[in-house]
Design a protein around this ligand. Structure first.
Ligand code: C2O
Ligand code: CU
Ligand code: CU
Length: 522
C-alpha cells in the first residue's frame, strides 16, 4: 500500500477524491429523501370554485333497455380562469356524465371513440359478461363504436368507468377519462338516507394532477426503476375534485352523504375533517355496509370508493375536508435499499380537498339509520380453491402481464380464497374484475368494521398479507379473460396485472403454456 502511494501519488489522490465524491453524493441523496413530518401542500389555497356536479346521463329506452351514449373525446378545460388545458372526457372535455341504473334493469352503453388512439371503457366494480367488461381485450379503435349490454346484478353502489387499454390506462385516465356509474336498489331507496343527487348526495371524485407553467397537464413518461414515477407512480401536487380546483359546495344543514371516489393514478388519500369532526362510513366499493361505522379518518387508495354521512345540522361555519398525511402503516421492515432510495415524502403531505358550506336546510328529511342492509356471508366449502398472489415491484407472482397468457383458471360458481401478499416497499391497491369480494383478514386479524362490506379494490401495505373471499358467477373464456391488477395505474401499465378465466369445467381447461409467450413489457 505505502509502496503504491509512493510510486503513484496522483492515482492515490485521484482515488481518494473519487471516494469522497461518492460518499458525498450518497449522503446528499439520503438527506434529500429523509421523511419530513408533514408538508401542508395547499395550505394557502382559498376554496373559491363551486364544486361541479357531473350531469346524470338520461338513457333512451329502446326495446326495454336503457341505452346510454358515450363519446370519448379530447378537448380543452378551463381549470384556471383564462387558461385552457388540453384534456379528454366522455361527452365533454373532462371526466364524464354519471350513468345510473337500478338493479335488475337491462342496460346498453354505446361508446364511440373520437380519440386519435385506441381506448376501452371498463365498468369498474360491475358484474358484467366477460366480453362486455371493457378490459384490454375489448378495444375500440379510433372512430369506432363499441356496445356493451348487460343486466345489472350489483346491489346499490358507487361504481365508476374508465379506460383500460393495455399499457395506456394511466395516460388516458390522467387526461381526464373517468366517470361514475351509480347503482340503485329498493333497499337503498327505502333507507331515508340522503339521495338527492348533487343536493344532499354528492359525488366527490378526487384526483391529483401536475400543471406546467402554461397550465397544461404534466405527465412523467419515464417509468424506469430509478425514476420516481416508475416506482411510486404519477403523483401531482394539485388536487382536482370533480375536475375543479379549490372547490366548495353549499349543502343543507342536515345529514349529507358524500360519495368519495379515488380517481387518481397513484396517490392515496387519508380523508378527514378539520378539527377531527367524526363522520360515518355507510358504504364500501361495492355497496352499503350493514351498519354505519363512526370514523375520523378514511384511507382510500386508487380505485377505491367509500360513502360517508356527515352531520351538518349543528353547523353554521364551513367544514373543510382534508387529506391528512398517511401515517406509517408499514407492517414489516421495508426492502432496505429500495425504501431508502424511494422518495416517500409524498405520503407525508396534507391537502385541502373540499369545503362544505352549510346553508338553511332544504326540508329534505334525512337521517342516519342504525341498520343499513343485511350482508350475506361467504364461506369456504369443499370446492374452495385457494390462490396466492405475491406483489413485488411491478410483478405479480414474479410475472409481468402478458396479453396472451392465462394466469388462473377459476371454476364457475366456485367460492375462492385469494391471499394477496405485498413483498415490496410501497403499498399496492389490488383490484379484481367481475367480482365483489369480502376481506377475510389482514395479517390474520379480522378486517375492521368499515371493511366488512363488498370490495373490489383493497389496499395492501408493504409486508402485509390480505385474504379475500369471493364467488365467481360470470363465465370468461380465453378470448375475453378478466383482469386482476394493481390499481396504481403506472404499475398496471408496467405489467402488474394478470388474467383469469372462469370455466364451466376448470379441471378440463388447462392454463395455456406460459413458456410459449414470454412475458413482455408494453
Ligand atoms: Cu378500475 Cu381493471 O380497473
Ligand atoms: Cu375493474
Ligand atoms: Cu402497485
Amino acid at each position: 500500500m505505502l509502496n503504491f502511494i509512493r510510486r503513484h501519488p496522483f492515482i492515490f489522490i485521484l482515488i481518494t477524491l473519487l471516494l469522497l465524491v461518492i460518499i458525498g453524493i450518497v449522503l446528499l441523496a439520503r438527506t434529500s429523501v429523509r421523511r419530513d413530518p408533514l408538508v401542508y401542500v395547499n395550505e394557502a389555497l382559498n376554496m373559491i370554485n363551486p364544486l361541479p356536479i357531473p350531469a346524470v346521463l338520461a338513457p333512451e329506452i329502446i326495446n326495454g333497455e336503457q341505452v346510454f351514449k358515450l363519446n370519448v373525446q379530447s378537448g380543452q378545460t378551463e381549470f384556471q380562469t383564462g387558461i385552457q388545458t388540453t384534456t379528454s372526457g366522455y361527452n365533454g372535455s373532462y371526466l364524464g356524465p354519471t350513468l345510473r341504473a337500478t338493479t335488475g334493469t337491462p342496460v346498453r352503453v354505446q361508446v364511440s371513440n373520437q380519440l386519435a388512439e385506441t381506448t376501452t371503457v371498463h365498468w369498474h366494480g360491475m358484474e358484467v359478461p366477460a366480453e362486455m367488461d371493457g378490459g384490454p381485450h375489448q378495444t375500440i379503435a379510433p372512430n369506432e363504436t363499441w356496445e356493451a349490454n348487460w343486466t345489472v346484478t350489483n346491489p346499490a353502489s358507487t361504481l365508476w368507468y374508465h379506460p383500460h387499454p393495455l399499457g395506456k390506462t394511466a395516460t388516458q385516465v390522467y387526461s381526464g377519462l373517468a366517470g361514475l356509474f351509480y347503482i340503485d336498489d329498493a333497499a337503498s331507496k327505502g333507507l331515508g338516507i340522503p339521495q338527492t343527487y348533487g343536493i344532499d348526495d354528492i359525488p366527490v371524485v378526487v384526483q391529483d394532477r401536475k400543471f406546467d407553467t402554461n397550465g397544461q397537464f404534466v405527465y412523467d413518461h419515464d417509468h424506469s426503476a430509478h425514476n420516481k414515477t416508475g416506482t411510486a407512480g404519477m403523483l401531482g401536487d394539485t388536487i382536482l375534485v370533480n375536475g375543479a380546483l379549490a372547490p366548495y359546495i353549499e349543502l343543507p344543514a342536515q345529514w349529507v352523504r358524500l360519495r368519495l371516489v379515488n380517481g387518481s393514478n397513484a396517490r392515496r388519500y387519508n380523508f378527514g375533517f378539520e378539527n377531527d369532526q367524526p363522520f360515518y362510513q355507510i358504504a364500501t366499493d361495492g355497496g352499503l355496509l350493514s351498519k354505519p361505522v363512526e370514523r375520523t379518518r378514511l384511507l382510500l387508495t386508487p380505485g377505491e370508493r367509500a360513502e360517508i354521512m356527515v352531520d351538518l345540522s349543528q353547523m353554521t361555519a364551513p367544514l373543510l375536508l382534508l387529506s391528512y398525511n398517511v401515517e406509517d402503516v408499514t407492517t414489516s421492515p421495508p426492502d432496505g435499499i429500495q425504501d431508502w432510495l424511494l422518495d416517500q415524502t409524498d405520503e407525508d403531505q396534507q391537502f385541502k380537498i373540499l369545503e362544505l358550506r352549510p346553508i338553511a336546510s332544504s326540508n329534505l328529511t334525512t337521517s342516519l339509520p342504525d341498520h343499513l342492509v343485511d350482508l350475506p356471508t361467504l364461506e369456504r366449502d369443499d370446492q374452495t380453491t385457494e390462490r396466492t398472489f405475491v406483489m413485488q415491484a411491478n410483478t405479480i407472482n414474479s410475472l409481468l402481464m402478458d396479453h396472451a397468457r392465462i394466469d388462473q383458471v377459476v371454476q364457475q360458481g366456485a367460492t375462492e380464497i385469494w391471499t394477496v401478499r405485498n413483498e415490496s416497499a410501497i403499498y399496492h391497491p389490488f383490484h379484481i374484475h367481475a367480482v365483489q369480494f369480502k376481506i377475510l383478514d389482514r395479517d390474520g386479524e379480522p378486517a375492521p368494521d368499515y371493511e366488512q362490506g363488498w370490495k373490489d379494490t383493497v389496499n395492501v401495505d408493504p409486508g402485509e398479507s390480505v385474504r379475500l373471499i369471493m364467488k365467481f358467477n360470470v363465465p370468461a373464456d380465453s378470448s375475453n379473460p378478466f383482469m386482476y391488477h394493481c390499481h396504481i395505474l403506472e404499475h398496471e401499465d408496467m405489467g402488474m396485472m394478470g388474467q383469469f378465466i372462469v370455466a364451466a369445467d376448470a379441471a378440463a381447461t388447462p392454463t395455456l403454456d406460459s413458456s410459449l409467450d414470454t412475458p413482455h413489457h408494453h
